[in-house]
Design a protein around this ligand. Structure first.
Ligand code: GAL
Length: 362
């Protein structure tokens, strides 16, 4: 009955992509680079609290709840930055793209996010993890680090590993040359970071039908995506991972599974400025991933309608998904907007069209 009620509440709600979106206090929702989970009969939206002036984290991760996906109640700060100097998540750090998943075995909610240590720009490139017994938090910060130290991608052949080990970094000091690009594809940065762990920036999480969870992130100087398996309790990496689109410069990964196929939408790497979305599909989470044209069509599609992907929300009705993107406003970060658009399928391939307003149909 619960499921039924909560399902019908979302239909008929009207969405206005790019417009201010007030919460229950009348304040524009502050949950950027976010993601959503459904728990019980409510949806929970987690995202970056953005300040009016700086894109650094002064608060942490906000949480909102809703039964209908339109009216959101502010549940407070789910994960707070720390006042303690030197703490990994010290106030003033960069804390981006938080995602929360629920672990059925431990009954805990697990949050992963991209963390940059205070005062180090984007140099740290770490993944952070926090847990909570309650969906709304407070989440307890566990640790942050680079990932999969000492591990080669599981799909690299012995030959490819040997080739990687022969790469001489001194030969590729100049970036963006064709030779450098080839070396990057072969794993120039993967080799450099093997001992200390791979870089982890823009990210998302995905829980598969079998309960296995994956951390999908921009690695290797944002040149290559990694898909990495999480441990059974979702709080660490197992060391199993693959590289996707080596040298392809993908950021902002968002993923869904539709009809047994995995679809991933990403952006290029142009900071806060929008660029053309990319799309990939695979029959297995481990690839091989095939690249498709951008799913966006129509006016301004080349700029992803001024947005950058952050999450794909699957809805209870089969084959219904919402594409969630951020329209960043870096000079007034808290005024950044949310672009939620329905994913349509043409010949079973995702297509996203701009709509000034739209409703979820039953
Ligand atoms: C974007 C990225 C954002 C943020 C920004 C900083 O490309 O997707 O999450 O890191 O760069 O410039």
């Amino acid at each position: 009955m619960f499921m039924f009620l909560s399902t019908i509440l979302i239909y008929g709600q009207e969405f206005h992509p790019g417009k201010l979106w007030p919460d229950n206090f009348g304040k524009h929702i502050n949950a950027h680079g976010g993601g959503i989970i459904k728990y019980g009969n409510r949806y929970y939206w987690f995202g970056e609290d953005k300040d009016a002036k700086t894109t650094a984290a002064l608060v942490g991760v906000n949480c909102y709840s809703s039964k209908n996906l339109k009216d959101w109640k502010y549940e407070g700060v789910a994960l707070s930055v720390s006042d303690e100097p030197g703490n990994d998540i010290e106030k003033g750090c960069i804390l981006e793209r938080p995602k929360v998943i629920y672990n059925r075995k431990t009954h805990k909610f697990v949050m992963w996010f991209h963390l940059e240590l205070k005062g180090q720009g984007y140099g740290a490139a770490r993944a952070g993890v926090a847990v909570s017994d309650r969906v709304t938090g407070p989440y307890r910060f566990l640790r942050s680090s680079r990932v999969n130290a000492g591990k080669y991608p599981m799909d690299m052949t012995a030959e490819q590993i040997a080739e990687l080990n022969r790469l001489d970094a001194d030969k590729y000091k100049e970036w963006w040359t064709p030779e450098w690009n080839e070396a990057v594809k072969k794993g120039l940065f993967l080799k450099r970071d093997l001992a200390g762990g791979q870089m982890a920036r823009d990210m998302t999480l995905f829980v598969d039908d079998d309960g296995k969870a994956y951390h999908i992130f921009s690695s290797e100087e944002n040149m290559t995506l990694h898909i990495a398996e999480l441990s059974d309790d979702y709080t660490s990496h197992t060391g199993k991972y693959v590289r996707v689109a080596a040298g392809g410069q993908n950021e902002a990964p968002a993923i869904m599974k539709h009809n047994g196929k995995y679809w991933m939408i990403t952006s290029g790497c142009t900071g806060w400025a929008p660029n053309e979305a990319r799309m990939f599909s695979s029959n297995s989470i481990w690839g091989p991933w095939k690249q498709h044209p951008s799913p966006c069509v129509g006016e301004n599609a080349k700029k992803t309608f001024n947005g950058q992907s952050t999450y794909i929300l699957p809805l209870p009705k089969k084959h219904t998904y919402i594409f969630m993107a951020d329209e960043w406003r870096p000079s007034h970060p808290d005024d950044s907007r949310y672009l939620w658009l329905p994913i349509q399928f043409v010949d079973d391939v995702p297509v996203i069209e701009w709509k000034d307003s739209w409703k979820l149909k039953k």
